[in-house]
Design a protein around this ligand. Structure first.
Ligand code: HEM
Length: 140
């Protein structure tokens, strides 16, 4: 049972990360589209659907299955898990930030530059590298 839950946890995490890496790319392209243009409206639909059908459910399943694995595996007092949890909370914070930006773009009220989105695009990548190293290597 534990191995099955872990398999589905990894599947959920892959889906979550795919969206978290792609969404800020869409924001970069969206910045170049004039508000009200056909292109801008298309980006709105793409961003909203990616969030609603992929990123949000994938994050929910990652958390539910991850929480069960922690409970079942007795990892609550392990150092690597505390480190992983800190980075996963940061990832969830970035997720929340992206939800706000989808809302901004949806209302044609984007407040950030394409350069900003290019930089923030790297944050989920860096967090993901740390999370995977903590959970696989378990250095402490
Ligand atoms: C959402 C909150 C999360 C919680 C509570 C959580 C917790 C856990 C736990 C307890 C395990 C089992 C560890 C073991 O049996 O050795 C696990 C496995 C794993 N997690 Fe997470 N995790 C979360 C999110 C993530 C994220 C965001 C990633 C990647 C970016 C990730 C990647 C992995 C991987 C690759 C494994 C498999 C490790 C192995 O093969 O042993 N997890 N997770």
């Amino acid at each position: 049972m534990y191995e099955w839950a872990k398999a589905f946890h990894v599947i959920a995490v892959i889906s979550w990360m795919a969206g978290m890496l792609y969404l800020p790319r869409l924001f970069v392209y969206h910045c170049a589209a004039e508000a009200g243009s056909v292109q801008s409206e298309t980006f709105k639909v793409m961003e909203w659907r990616l969030l609603k059908y992929i990123i949000n459910p994938a994050m929910t399943f990652s958390w539910l299955l991850g929480a069960w694995l922690v409970w079942e595996g007795g990892w609550l007092s392990s150092g690597w898990f505390h480190a992983k949890l800190a980075l996963v909370l940061a990832m969830s914070g970035v997720h929340g930030f992206f939800v706000g930006r989808v809302r901004d773009f949806g209302a044609d009220k984007n407040r950030y530059s394409a350069r900003f989105y290019r930089i923030i695009n790297e944050v989920p990548t860096v967090l993901m590298i740390g999370i995977v190293i903590f959970v696989i290597v378990k250095p402490f």
